[in-house]
Design a protein around this ligand. Structure first.
Ligand code: FAD
Length: 631
């Protein structure tokens, strides 16, 4: 059993709100007094609880067991039982950002109340509307950080480390933004660890191809020179290990983004990548010794946290949250920032509204850090800025939560910030139920006739274009036991058991290739031939489609196939920042008091973000923003 369950079994949460409960005024007995068990389906499995009732009131709700992700779902467990008792109904609003967990809690309470003899009508009355809008809230700290994802948390932590006070706010009821949901592949050259893996000849060729490119500027020339010197030594030693270096990471980031990114920012990014991994380790993130290749990473340098509980992103965000709270940082959820306050040309704070309608005005002596994430979930902005995809309207799905609406970009633009690279919007190929990991290693894409159609280690824009041009704009993502058993130990990135995801509509499991092919309606002979060709390419390191990143043959049962499509995943553009993470205005000058980090800022990933590069970016530049605003 996993840690979270054990913890929850030990510490069951008892909610009992007496004195402010709504009562059943007609005094008709609607329950048979006693304690009843209830069960509902949350995001990661069953939620079990006990409800105690007297003749006509719900008295206590005691959560006994669940496997939901800490951090993302805390607000649902804290809020819903209390509200049910206060309102004496299960017809209450779900918690945004934790809807599956909310549904599970409401379902569990409802089943217990029905077992207590209540009728559906007795327990689904409309709640009493509360008017709780309060007076303007005013607060002050050295720095106000907007957004509690990885960039905001890193910034807040470094403000504290520099001796400052910080208030960090989020519009959602839960902390973490995109970051807590992320597959959490984090790219950094870590040569000592990577040396433990072999480098196929195909990857040596990939390096040589990069070195043969015409340098675009002095930065690129310098990175190429460094790699050339390293490779000379590598070859002289007759080495076969996996080579990596900050220079190769920077070069691939720049080339992979079609030279649109700012090489000055990429230089800092690559130099501080490994520090960022180690910084998270110091705060409590436990890293797996396996270095993987995230989808679209183009190299095997993706670090992944060891799965301890819930989604992978919680392995970063929760230790950061703990550090910030333990060191005096004030973390306020359900506080939506709406406007930056500018006085005498300097950003001095932010105005906004709490979810209950109460206005707030928070001042930062040193200024404000924007860490509000991207705009993948804002259809209007996607349509306004998109130049490269045929259609990004509401019919195109996004992997992002509803919070990713570009608020920071809008607020900064309103006070004169310059925006860069806004037209570059990333689609990624994923398979919903069949995406167990952010890694591409050992995964294969086939179309509906069972043939591979793209080198799976390609850039994300190339992968997405290739999928969009397949029949029905879909593919099957095939995974074998090397990934599901050896790498993942049976758990997907969001903490669910992989086998619980098999539903025989979107995700199928077979013990043989033939069995799997039959289940997904592909000719078994064709699929076997595809797999045989792929396995031969793994051995020879020479793939007909040009794949260069290989690991094992596709040969370990059980085999899984998930329906895959291209979804909007990341927005590369955002506010322009300089090397200090300070926001730059449309005249090219830094805006006093305003810093930005993470997906809200543009300039690093260019036209195409490499898979696994965002987590590194948000930590590196989040920290830079925190450090510099304090100077
Ligand atoms: C499903 C998924 C998987 C991913 N996997 C990976 C991966 O494996 N590796 C990788 O490198 N990248 C990955 N990414 C991308 C990466 O997670 C994001 O780019 C990164 O987490 C963004 O971090 P951030 O701190 O900039 O923003 P976020 O984490 O999105 O945080 C922004 C926060 O700001 C809050 N906010 C927004 N507007 C306001 C406002 N007006 N007032 C107050 N608060 C506001 C939001 O509610 C949110 O909590 C993934 C993304 C997704 C969606």
């Amino acid at each position: 059993m996993r840690k979270i369950i054990i913890l929850l079994l030990l510490i069951s949460i008892l909610f009992s709100i007496i004195g402010c409960q709504r009562t059943n005024t007609d005094e008709k007995e609607i329950f048979t007094p006693g304690t009843y068990e209830g069960e509902g389906n949350g995001h990661n499995g069953k939620i079990k609880l006990e409800v105690t009732v007297d003749g006509n009131q719900i008295k206590t709700i005691d959560v006994k067991e669940h496997n939901e992700t800490a951090g993302i779902t805390d607000s649902a467990f804290n809020r819903l039982p209390a509200e049910i008792i206060e309102q004496q109904t299960v017809a209450i609003d779900m918690v945004t950002g934790a809807t599956s967990t909310s549904k599970g809690i409401l379902e569990a309470v409802k089943s217990a109340l029905l077992a207590a003899g209540a009728s559906e009508a007795d327990i689904t009355k409309a709640p009493t509307k509360k008017d709780v809008t309060g007076q303007l809230i005013e607060k002050n700290a050295d720095v106000i950080v907007i957004g509690t994802g990885g960039a905001g948390m890193s910034a807040a932590a470094d403000v504290i480390k520099a001796g400052g006070t910080v208030i960090i706010i989020d519009k959602m009821p839960t902390v973490g933004g995109n970051t807590i949901l992320a597959g959490s592949a984090m790219n950094a050259a870590s040569p000592e660890v990577q040396k433990l893996q072999e480098m196929p000849a195909s990857q040596v060729i990939a390096i040589e191809e990069l070195l043969a490119l015409e340098p675009k500027d002095e930065y690129m020339a310098k990175w190429q020179e460094e790699i050339k010197a390293d490779m000379k030594e590598y070859k002289a030693k007759g080495a076969t290990y996996l080579y990596d270096s900050p220079a190769l990471h920077k070069l691939q980031t720049y080339v992979g983004g079609d030279y649109v990114g700012n090489p000055k920012l990429i230089e800092i990014y690559g130099n501080k990548a490994l520090d960022a991994v180690n910084y998270l380790k110091e705060l409590g993130t436990e890293w797996s010794p396996n270095i993987l290749a995230a989808v679209g990473a183009t190299w095997t340098r993706s670090h992944q946290p060891v799965k301890s509980s819930g989604s992978n992103g919680s392995a970063f965000v929760l230790p950061q949250l703990k550090f910030v709270e333990d060191n005096g940082g004030e973390v306020l959820v359900e506080h939506k920032a709406e406007e930056l306050i500018v006085e005498n040309g300097r950003v001095v704070g932010v105005k906004g509204t709490k979810s209950d309608g109460t206005p707030f005005d928070f001042r930062g002596n040193k200024g404000v850090i924007l860490a509000t994430g991207g705009f993948a979930a804002n259809v209007e902005m996607r349509q306004e800025y998109n130049k490269h995809w045929a259609n990004l309207d509401e019919t195109v799905r996004t992997s992002n939560p509803s919070s990713a609406t570009g608020d920071g970009i809008i607020m900064a633009k309103a006070i004169g910030a310059n925006l860069v690279d806004m037209e570059w919007i990333q689609l990624v190929t994923g398979s919903g139920k069949g995406t167990f990991t952010a890694s591409i290693l050992n995964n294969i894409y086939v179309n509906i006739i069972g043939e591979r159609f793209i080198n799976e280690d390609a850039r994300r824009d190339h992968l997405s274009q290739a999928v969009l041009s397949q029949p029905r704009s879909m593919f099957w993502l095939l995974t074998d036991g090397h990934t599901t058993i050896d790498t993942l130990g049976g758990y997907a990135v969001d903490g669910t058991l992989i086998d619980d995801r098999v539903d025989n509509t979107q995700l199928f499991k077979g013990d043989t290739i033939e069995d799997l092919a039959t289940q997904i309606g592909i000719d078994p002979v064709t699929l076997q031939k595809t797999i045989d060709q792929y396995n031969e390419a793994v051995v020879k390191g020479n793939d007909i489609l040009g794949r260069k990143v290989f690991d094992k043959q596709f040969s370990k049962p059980p085999y899984y196939a998930g329906i895959g499509v291209a979804v909007i995943h990341h927005t590369m553009g955002g506010v322009k920042i300089d090397e200090n993470a300070q926001v730059i205005d449309t005249s090219g000058n830094p805006i006093p008091g305003l810093y930005a980090a993470g997906e809200v800022a543009g300039g690093i990933h260019g036209s195409n973000r490499l898979g696994g590069n965002a987590i590194t970016d948000i930590v590196v530049f989040g920290r830079i923003a925190g450090e510099n605003i304090m100077k």
